[in-house]
Every structure is written in C-alpha cells, then in structure tokens.
Design a protein around this ligand. Structure first.
Ligand SMILES: *Cc1c(COP(=O)(O)O)cnc(C)c1O
Length: 333
C-alpha cells in the first residue's frame, strides 16, 4: 500500500496548509476548513502539481524528453505541465481546445495562456469537440519524427499514475487532521477530469478513513461523472493492490451547479468568488473552485451540512481569473 515504489519527481510544496475559514463559516452556518492545494508551489500551484510529481516520475524514468498534453484554452493543468517540463529541461507540446466557444481576447490570450507561453510551451489550438486523444497522438508522433521521446499526459493528468498524487493528498490530510486532533465529517472538491476525486476516494478507502467526499461537477452530468470517478478510483486502488476496498457508493458527485456549461460563468459563481475573497481573502477560480464553492454555498444554505465540519479542497486556478477579466470586471463595479 506504499506509494514509495512508484517513481516520483519532487517539486510540490507539501504538505499544503489546512486552515479554518471562520468568517465564511459564520456566513454559511457550517464549520468550514480549507485544504490549500492552491499552494502546491509550481508556477502558481494547483491540484495538477501533485499528479505531475508521479507523471514526471514515470516520464523521466522512461527517458522522455517532451511532455505532450491537452486541455481547454484556460487550462490550469496545461500551465502546471508547462512549468514541470521547464523545470526538468523538457519540451512541452500542448493542444488547447476552444471548448467554451469564447472568442474574448482575454480568454484567448491572458490568464493561463499567457503563462503557458511564458513557460515556453509549444501551443496549437483546435475547435471545440475535436478528438483530443487523436490530437495527442499526432503531437507525440511529430515529436518522434524529430527524434525526440514524447510522454503523453491525458487531459487533467487523470490516469492511475496521476491519481496517486491525490491518494497521497488523502493520506496527508488524514495525518494533518490527526495531528490537529480534528475530526473531518466531509470533504468537498470540484470534480472534472476525475483524477483528484478518484485519488481521494482511493486514498481514504485504502487508509480506512471513513470520510465522505462530495464532488461538485463542472462539466459532465452526475451519472457520467460518478462512473468516471469510480472507474478511476477502482483502477488506482487495484494498482495499489487493494481494489476490493473501493465500492461504488464511495463516489458521490453533485452536478447541479454546472450552469450553462464547462467554463461558463454565471452570477452564482461570481457571488461565490466574491464571498470567498471578501470573507477569507481566498482567490478561487471561475471554472472549478468557484463553481464548487457555488455548490457548497447553495447546499449549506439548504442545511445539507448541518452540524458537520467540512473541508473544502482548494484546487487552485486563480491564474485563470485574468482570462475572464471582461466578464468579471463589470460584476465587481
Ligand atoms: C483540473 C482542475 C480541477 C478538477 O480536477 P480533476 O482532477 O480534473 O477532476 C479542479 N480545480 C482546478 C483549479 C483545476 O485546474
């Protein structure tokens, strides 16, 4: 059950802090804490950094010289992958999908995209709905043709290797809570490409920690999201030798807060961004953590967490705020 047998490159700032959110707790009438995975340290940090430690471990062990990955235009995963590549002197080839349909100048050029360029990634953009796996293969093939050795990282770094980063996070959080003599009743996180949620499910299951996890969906409907997360949690636990500890009921997603679609911001998301910023000085992002907070706020107001101590996993993404400047600014006047 040890992670030590998997190759790992060390660059994340760990453990990330676990902090109380007293002012937000008071507003929402629930005891809320935050696990600061926005502070993982790699070029602005975020949840992809933990996954990348294991993915880079495997890439470096295999002698790869170029990372190939994909994401939406304002992908935080792509930014962190570009930074990891730079740190290890590797090339980074990325495909950005125009998934939201936005043609705003800030969305296409600022925020994470500006940082991808600064970090030296080679970028190509494809239309929404493109076959992203085929695109990854094409880019890997052109790296090979140049005599290089590509390492393909799936969208969000969400495979069993990447999910190990969140098995580790689950164990880290549990140790931290023990040390602080804190009982955690529930963990709430954004759930997208599934690696974060799946790693946490597998990690708690393997540790025998009975902490329910609520994933707030940002893209897919509930049945699809839960099936994706469960499948990856199971595969990850199997890789660690204990598939039998992961059951289907451990994976719970609430996908009622996606709004108009992935990466599309509504008033409730903006309210969530403002509330976190103005009560706790916390910067959430418009696509993931802000949408998860939108869900958490609504559920707290419905009394869903009554009497519980809830930990919100801050998965990062504030760099993406600048890609939404033209949408956010009028709402802040
Ligand atoms: C990618 C991302 C998520 C979702 O994590 P998955 O592992 O893809 O489900 C949440 N928050 C932020 C800020 C992200 O960049």
């Amino acid at each position: 059950m040890q992670l030590a047998r998997f190759p790992r490159a060390r660059f994340a700032h760990l453990p990330t802090p676990l902090e109380p959110m007293p002012r937000l707790s008071e507003v929402l009438g629930v005891e809320l804490w935050v696990k600061r995975d926005d502070c993982t340290g790699l070029a602005g940090g975020g949840n992809k950094t933990r996954k990348l430690e294991f993915l880079l471990g495997e890439a470096l062990e295999g002698g790869a010289d170029t990372l190939v990955t994909q994401g939406a235009i304002q992908s935080n995963h792509v930014r962190q992958t570009a930074a990891a590549a730079a740190r290890f002197g590797m090339g980074c080839s990325v495909i950005l999908e125009a998934r939201t349909g936005s043609t705003a100048e800030d969305y296409l050029g600022s925020g994470n995209v500006l940082l991808d360029r600064l970090l030296g990634a080679t970028i190509r953009t494809v239309p929404a709905g493109s076959d992203m796996n085929a695109a990854l293969e094409e880019d890997a093939e052109s790296v090979r043709k140049r005599g290089g050795k590509p390492y393909i990282i799936p969208g969000g770094g969400s495979n069993t290797v990447g999910a190990l980063g969140y098995v580790d996070c689950a164990w880290e959080l549990r140790a931290q809570a023990d040390q602080m003599d804190l009982t955690i009743d529930r963990l709430v996180t954004a759930t997208g490409s599934a690696g974060t949620h799946a790693g946490l499910v597998a990690g708690f299951a393997l540790a025998g920690a009975d902490i329910p996890i609520l994933g707030i969906g940002v893209r897919a409907p509930k049945d699809v999201q839960e099936a994706n997360v469960h499948k990856l949690a199971l595969a990850t636990a199997e890789m660690l030798g204990h598939g039998e500890r992961v059951s289907r009921e451990m994976t719970v997603a609430d996908c009622d807060y996606v709004g108009a679609g992935y990466g599309l911001v509504d008033d409730a998301v903006i309210d969530a961004l403002k509330l976190a910023a103005r009560t706790e000085g916390l910067l959430l992002d418009p696509v993931y953590s802000g949408k998860a907070m939108k869900g958490l706020i609504a559920l707290a107001k419905q009394g869903r967490f009554k009497g519980e101590r809830v930990v919100f996993l801050h998965t990062g993404g504030a760099q993406g705020l600048f890609g939404y400047h033209s949408i956010l600014e009028p709402a802040l006047l």
